[in-house]
Design a protein around this ligand. Structure first.
Ligand code: PGA
Length: 258
């Protein structure tokens, strides 16, 4: 593998009240050996209301686990009821933020254009976007999934320059594998992740594309992480269900160390 540092990020989705989030963060912290962070980046992405309490747990314990959000709005401030800005996330020390998760695209109508606006706003505000892409089952069965996913990448990165792109992470999450227990095989995941890197190379050149991290997400767990992470173009995982159990999440972090 190139010299990319692996990233394991736990997407908590809409789970955990503040007390529950604090308990989970504390369990993760208690089981997190200090030297893990020498070799792998680890992040959790809790709901907005849990961000600060979770950050407080990790800071109090001086454990090197980053915190990130699951969504953001691209405008700076103003009359946008219900939305959260980049500056608000930055202020509570968010390092990452998901954009374009398939659940946001499907359930909340998020478009490629919005994903692009959010990614740009995050970059401008000093937060690393984790840009999510992935095809549906019908798209996969239809055979045009590589074109579809690379088009999503192209749209998400439109107008983003090389220096900024280098700070971004891409997460390939086939919709048919999310929360279904049906993981993509390592070969299926690698095929798409390598096509994503080729697309990034076309846009930014080889040096930048080789430096960028591409994660796999979709029913990744402690049982399948090793094989997925062994693939040359998979630089980590975006973990949903398995990130809600401290033990499973830590086991996946350990797999990323091997
Ligand atoms: P899952 O979710 O691991 O529960 O499939 C992954 C994701 O949606 O980020």
């Amino acid at each position: 593998m190139a010299s990319r540092r692996r990233l394991i990020a736990g997407n908590w989705k809409m789970n955990n009240t503040v007390p529950e989030a604090v308990v989970l963060a504390q369990e993760i912290s208690n089981n997190f050996e200090r030297d893990y962070s020498h070799r792998v980046d680890v992040a959790v992405l809790p709901p907005y209301v849990d961000l600060k309490p979770v950050t407080t747990v990790f800071e109090f314990d001086r454990v090197d686990i980053a915190v990130g959000a699951q969504n953001v709005y691209w405008q700076q401030a103003g009359a946008y009821t219900g939305e959260i800005s980049v500056a608000m996330l930055k202020d509570i020390r968010c390092e990452f933020c998901l954009v374009g998760h398939s659940e946001r695209r499907e359930l909340f109508g998020e478009t490629n254009e919005e994903v692009n606006l959010k990614a740009k706003a995050l970059i401008a505000g000093g937060i690393k976007p984790i840009v999510c892409v992935g095809e549906s089952l019908s798209m996969r069965d239809g055979g045009a999934y590589l074109d579809y996913v690379t088009a999503q990448v192209k749209a998400a990165f439109a107008g983003i320059d090389e220096a900024a792109a280098k700070e971004c992470v891409v997460a390939y999450e086939p919709v048919w594998a999310i929360g279904t227990g049906r993981t993509a095989t390592p070969e299926q995941a690698e095929e798409v992740c390598s096509a994503i890197r080729a697309q990034l190379s076309q846009m930014y050149g080889e040096e930048v594309s080789e430096a960028m991290r591409i994660l796999y997400g979709g029913s990744m767990n402690e049982g399948n992480a090793d094989l997925l992470l062994a693939m040359p173009n998979i630089d980590g995982g975006l973990i949903g269900g398995a990130s809600l159990k401290a033990k499973s999440f830590i086991e996946i972090v350990k797999a990323a160390l091997r």
